[in-house]
Design a protein around this ligand. Structure first.
Ligand code: AMP
Length: 399
């Protein structure tokens, strides 16, 4: 069922309470990366243009119910004011008399940002009374924070029990359109690429994706548990002993669909935390030295993956192919990012599930050539797992 969009609402003179994701990095009281604020601008501008009174709420970091000044949203009000080229009001609390008074003073087309929701532990506890107080600030509710849609918090779920209608903002709509679209009716061949450290974090994604995709490419640390399950020695590579049986079962079910790397780049002298890797060499996966750890996929694997990908019309990617934080072992990850960009140039739909892969695409300089990069790492992962997102479920269904 599709959800009501902010475009469906009549907003003139209405108090529009909107959940955004302004969880941005700060340094010395300034916003260092305003991407998340920019991502909400289309919805913000639309509400202003329609004459709504826009009340924005967000969390920032994890203050765990305490007023931590270094996690104040005030710098975001300044950053948003600069982007909109207009005054953005700010109030020191997200509920209570001060917040109510600030809302009462608002005129049409004005913007008010409330202080960090997580200064109150009631937010993450989805406390009904706190949700009621938040809801009392608005006439309608909009959620444009896909990044927190997988959490049933007061500002994402609780509030919707006290306020109608509840609509998705443009950013949220775009996320649902792309992620929902590839899961419901992907253009085929549909290929998924999964990487990252561990199988344990991605089991549900693998299980949910397997019946839907035509091919599933596996890279990153998790490849070694699969290789081990095939009886291959993986040296000091990441290995989840307790997942070996599961990996074997997954390979059994998947058959030809599941594609593992054929070579990897190994080192016996490395300190990942210190960012040091020495004497890297590329070996066949069947020849990983006992004292070596596989830290990236090799050239032959990239050729193999490239071959599988070349006809793909839909690709979804989550998780790096190696320790991409270190330049020497970021080769495979960056190459996958570039392959995705090339495929997209040729008309394929590419979706990156946020987090590390999104950062890698940005570092590789190809972010703008990807069809959609999710703004929510955790939320997009849960979406790919096939789980309902409470923050989306709670929105009003479109008739
Ligand atoms: P995840 O959060 O599960 O997506 O894992 C991301 C992390 O996996 C990144 O920090 C990578 O450095 C790490 N990673 C990827 N490949 C490997 C590998 N072969 N060995 C160790 N860590 C890896």
């Amino acid at each position: 069922m599709s959800k009501l969009s902010v475009r469906d609402l009549s907003l003139k003179s209405k108090r529009v309470l909107m959940r955004v994701d302004f969880n941005v990095p700060l340094k010395d009281g300034r916003v260092v990366d305003d991407n998340r604020i920019r991502a909400a601008l289309p919805t913000i501008r639309h509400i202003i243009d329609q004459g709504g009174k826009l009340i924005l709420m967000s969390h920032l970091g994890r203050p765990k119910g305490e007023r931590k000044p270094e996690l104040s949203l005030r710098p975001c009000a300044r950053a948003l004011a600069d982007l909109l080229n207009m005054h953005v009001d700010f109030v020191d609390d997200c509920v209570g008399p001060e917040a109510s008074a600030a809302v009462d003073r608002m005129a049409e087309g004005q913007v008010l940002l409330l202080e960090n929701l997580r200064y109150h532990s009631a937010e993450t506890k989805n406390d009904p009374e706190f949700a009621r107080q938040l809801a009392a600030l608005g006439d309608v509710y909009v959620n444009d924070a896909f990044g927190t849609a997988h959490r049933a918090h007061a500002s994402t779920e609780g509030v919707t029990h006290h306020l109608q209608p509840c609509a998705a903002g443009f950013l949220m709509m775009k996320e649902l359109e792309y992620l929902g679209g590839i899961m419901a009716s992907p253009k085929r061949p549909f290929v998924a690429i999964l990487g990252g450290a561990k199988i344990s974090g991605k089991i549900d994604v693998i299980q949910n994706l397997l019946p839907k995709v035509d091919r599933l490419l596996i890279g990153g640390g998790m490849m070694f548990t699969f290789l081990h399950a095939k009886g291959i020695g993986v040296g000091r590579s990441l290995l989840e002993e307790d997942r070996v049986e599961m990996a074997a079962k997954l390979m059994d079910t998947a058959g030809e669909k599941l594609v593992l790397p054929v070579d990897c780049r190994v080192s016996s002298h490395f300190d990942i935390k210190a960012g040091e890797v020495e004497h890297l060499q590329t070996v066949d996966v069947s020849s990983i030295p006992q004292d070596g750890a596989g830290l990236d996929i090799g050239e032959a694997s990239l050729v193999l993956f490239g071959d599988v990908l070349k006809n793909a019309r839909t690709v979804v990617w989550n998780g790096p192919m190696g320790v991409f934080e270190i330049q020497e072992t970021a080769v495979g990850t960056f190459k996958i990012a570039r392959l995705l960009a090339e495929l997209t140039d040729r008309g394929a739909i590419s979706v990156i599930g946020g987090g590390d892969s999104a950062a890698a695409a940005a570092k590789a300089g190809v972010a703008s050539r990807i069809s959609h990069i999710s703004t929510g790492g955790g939320a997009s992962l849960e979406f790919l797992e096939g789980k309902p997102l409470p923050g989306v479920e709670a929105l009003t269904d479109k008739k």
